[in-house]
Ligand binder design. Structure first.
Ligand code: GLY
Length: 366
């Protein structure tokens, strides 16, 4: 397994500031870093994970915590979005109460976005808030979900409807764990990496173009470089706009149509990143229709998205129903939908109102 030196990125949020530590091989040596950020009176640390991830990666941090005199416990949840619910959170609350966790104690989220969001939500609300640490094990969580303090569980009427902003005390990213990530999840996360390229980082965009094959072959140095670029971008955005009143909205590029595609297919047909892939293609075409981005840049964005892998088919999805879902969205206003649109690679505008007939026209071409 590769080992690289550690990159430290700070999310600056006054007294809630924290570091994102990134290095191949970090998981083996992260316990000292964890003990530095939690309460000196902490005794119990619960690692929340799922069976597959805990079996692969849970033992070392758990044993190392024990050696340092902590009482490590673990709580495993089911694998997949359908477990990100209040019912699972309630089971975790019960476990924490039974194990008598106190306010000085802490949780560790070891897993992908589902584990991270749910653990963060429970940490935000148990005893009115306890510390938690993110150890993301999927590429999507490493570049996005684990950073920024958005925690949530789903409600049957919609995704992430119940949640809180609660920042972690530390994020530990070890790119070596991506070796065991299923290929489809890796590729789906790459669409979100492309998103960072389009919204904020032209250099990253061209790296993704040039190194496609090496990235798909999971070259750890390249994956590390990509993760560092995304985490730097996200840390900056979150530091400037923690509660998404402005700039943080740029992270929603590709999400207006992406979310509608996930909803219409009941979250079963697309991985989140794949739906965002379609959403980015559509938003770029819309921007081009409105003369906000030129033809050459439009072509480059679309071919990068399409070039990484074949997106799942949209055959059979009703355009009318899709538009209806978007109309019901809180961002819809008087026959117009709100989009994040690219102006050029590395720069987007937020809050752009687009007439529904333009969206309709573009979606028809997909
Ligand atoms: N995942 C989008 C955000 O953190 O704002």
């Amino acid at each position: 397994m590769k080992e690289t030196s550690t990159t430290n990125i700070n999310v600056e949020l006054l007294d809630r500031s924290y570091n994102i530590l990134i290095a191949a091989g970090l998981l083996k040596n992260c316990v000292n870093e964890i003990t530095r950020v939690i309460s000196p009176h902490c005794r119990k640390i619960v690692i929340v994970s799922n069976k597959k991830i805990f079996t692969l990666y849970g033992n070392i941090p758990s044993q190392n915590l024990k050696k340092l005199g902590y009482q490590p416990l673990h709580f495993l949840i089911g694998d997949g979005e359908k477990y990100k619910t209040l019912a699972t959170a309630e089971k975790l609350f019960t476990f924490l109460i039974e194990q008598r966790l106190e306010r000085r104690d802490a949780l560790i989220a070891l897993g992908g976005g589902v584990v991270g969001d749910l653990t963060g939500f429970v940490a935000a609300t148990y005893l009115r808030g306890i510390d938690y640490i993110q150890i993301p094990t999927s590429l999507l969580a490493q570049i996005d979900a684990a950073i920024g303090g958005k925690t949530a569980v789903n409600h049957k009427k919609g995704k992430n409807l119940i949640g809180a902003f609660h920042q972690p005390k530390l994020v530990i990213v070890d790119p070596n764990v991506l070796i065991t990530l299923p290929k489809r999840e890796l590729v789906a996360a790459i669409y979100e990496v492309i998103k960072y390229g389009v919204i904020a980082d032209e250099k990253l965009f061209y790296l993704l173009e040039k190194e496609k094959n090496n990235i798909l072959a999971r070259n750890i140095e390249l994956l590390t470089e990509i993760i560092i670029s995304c985490c730097k971008a996200k840390a900056g955005i979150v530091s400037r706009d923690e509660h998404e009143s402005g700039e943080r909205q740029i992270l929603n590029f590709g999400h207006t149509i992406g979310h509608a595609l996930e909803t219409i297919t009941n979250y079963k047909h697309f991985k989140h990143g794949e739906a965002v892939g379609y959403g980015m293609i559509a938003a770029t075409l819309i921007s081009n229709q409105l003369n906000l981005i030129n033809d050459e840049q439009t072509r480059k964005i679309i071919s990068l998205v399409k070039g990484y892998s074949k997106l799942p088919s949209v055959k059979g999805i009703s355009l009318e129903t899709l538009l209806e879902i978007m109309r019901q969205d809180k961002k819809s206003l008087a026959g117009q939908l709100t989009f994040v649109l690219p102006e050029q690679i590395g720069r987007v505008i937020i809050g752009q109102r687009v007439p529904i007939n333009v969206v309709h026209q573009v979606l028809q071409t997909l």
